[in-house]
Design a protein around this ligand. Structure first.
Ligand SMILES: [Zn+2]
Ligand SMILES: [Zn+2]
Length: 147
């Protein structure tokens, strides 16, 4: 993501936070910007390394608190299978998440398919299970890597 696009997203996130009465502190904002600059998902410790260039006294709790906040606000998705984080590409609305994760370059693409969401929810209901949220992670090869 280029600088201009990053700034646009930061501005959008700031506005949303203001609207919700949440505070995008400098550390949270910094983590957001780092995630926006990544093409793939990034682990908490790599994030911490990068954060330290802007916030030298940053500690692991700084990162985890910032990530918790960003996830609560719906700005960031956690990828459980690799324990890493990725910026949501359309965070102004809550949505079911399907992620395409490239096993070679690590890029993450989000897709939103209501069909997939509905099918899963319907089958879950048949089992008497109520779905609160769902994140589907698909692993494979992206267009660039599949040559
Ligand atoms: Zn998303
Ligand atoms: Zn790839």
């Amino acid at each position: 993501m280029n600088q201009k696009e990053t700034q646009r997203l930061v501005a959008k996130a700031e506005k949303l936070c203001e609207h919700r009465g949440a505070r995008l502190t400098p550390a949270r904002r910094e983590v957001f910007e780092i995630l926006a600059a990544e093409t793939g998902a990034i682990g908490a410790y790599d994030l911490l390394d990068k954060l330290k260039s802007a916030v030298p006294n940053a500690k692991p709790p700084t990162i985890y608190r910032a990530l918790d906040f960003l996830q609560e606000q719906g700005f960031v998705h956690k990828i459980s299978s690799s324990n890493s984080y990725v910026l949501c590409s359309h965070f102004d609305h809550q949505h079911p998440v399907q992620m395409l994760i490239c096993e070679v370059c690590g890029s993450v693409q989000e897709i939103q398919s209501d069909g997939v969401y509905d099918a899963l929810r319907k089958q879950a209901e048949e089992q008497g299970f109520k779905v609160a949220s769902q994140t589907i992670e698909a692993h494979g090869l992206c267009q660039q890597c599949d040559i």
